[in-house]
Ligand binder design. Structure first.
Ligand code: F6R
Length: 242
């Protein structure tokens, strides 16, 4: 595992954007797995600036996002699809037909999950997966559990998650009760993984990645088994690493 420790969030965002751009320069038709959440926002801003300076081209890139709320249409202002449009996709030349998301609306959950796995496979697999990490070590919506769930699946949101997300919605009642997420094997099948973590509150979770033990109660520990993971962490998130 390669660890890049940066001075602050700004440098983290810049370094991460450079790594993603380098991947696209080397292989313009790369399949990129994107994440939502607050951590990658700075990287997305940097990528938009690089695009405006004509340093990177997204015209051949395909994308697969990690997760989506169940029950929200793509147009819903809190959908992760909408988030990606706002933060990145609408500002760059990614082709709309090359953007894939786990569906938030479906009639058959099993089929919806399987179709997403099939689409990733048909695209040739993910070349580079971007990840954030939860304070409890979650990746995607893969929360601490007794076992790993391997492929794309539906998860019930914890009451705590519903409460904390209520601030983005009109009220707690409007927060979706479930989400659809790539599973642990869907994530581990990516050829390379780029995990970003910023701030002191992520330091314990980052430290756990190096525990030497793989534990589904701290889902990110599984990354120790992946041959090509780069962590870009700021000084605060790295503060418990030796
Ligand atoms: C986002 C995702 C989540 C976040 C994680 C960290 O698509 O799947 O696992 O990466 O919750 O979120 P932030 O970056 O907001 O701290």
């Amino acid at each position: 595992m390669r660890v890049i420790v940066t001075e602050d969030y700004q440098e983290l965002s810049y370094k991460a954007s450079q790594l993603l751009s380098a991947k696209l320069q080397k292989k313009p038709e790369s399949v990129i797995g994107f994440a939502t959440g607050s951590t990658p926002i700075g990287m997305y801003k940097e990528l938009i600036q690089s695009y405006n300076r004509k340093e990177v081209d997204f015209g051949q890139m395909s994308t697969f996002n990690l997760d989506e709320y169940v029950g929200l249409t793509r147009e819903h202002p809190q959908s992760y699809y909408h988030f990606m449009q706002e933060q990145l996709f609408s500002h760059i030349n990614v082709r709309p037909e090359k953007i894939s998301f786990p569906p938030g609306i479906f009639s058959d959950a099993g089929q919806a999950c399987q179709s997403y796995e099939d689409a990733m496979k048909a695209a040739g697999g993910v070349d580079l997966q971007i990840l954030g990490i939860g304070v409890n070590g979650h990746i995607g919506f893969n929360e601490p559990d007794q076992h790993f769930t391997l492929y794309t699946h539906i998860v019930e949101l914890a009451q705590k998650t519903i409460e904390s997300n209520a601030r983005f919605f009109g009220s707690e009642d409007e927060v979706p009760r479930s989400a659809i997420t790539m599973g642990i094997k869907s994530i581990m099948d990516a050829r390379s993984i780029l995990l970003l973590a910023s701030d002191r509150n992520k330091a314990e979770a980052v430290q756990q990645i190096f525990s030497g033990k793989v534990d589904p109660q701290i889902p990110a520990t599984v990354l120790q088994l992946h041959p090509d993971v780069t962590l870009v962490v700021d000084r605060e998130a790295a503060s418990l690493l030796n």
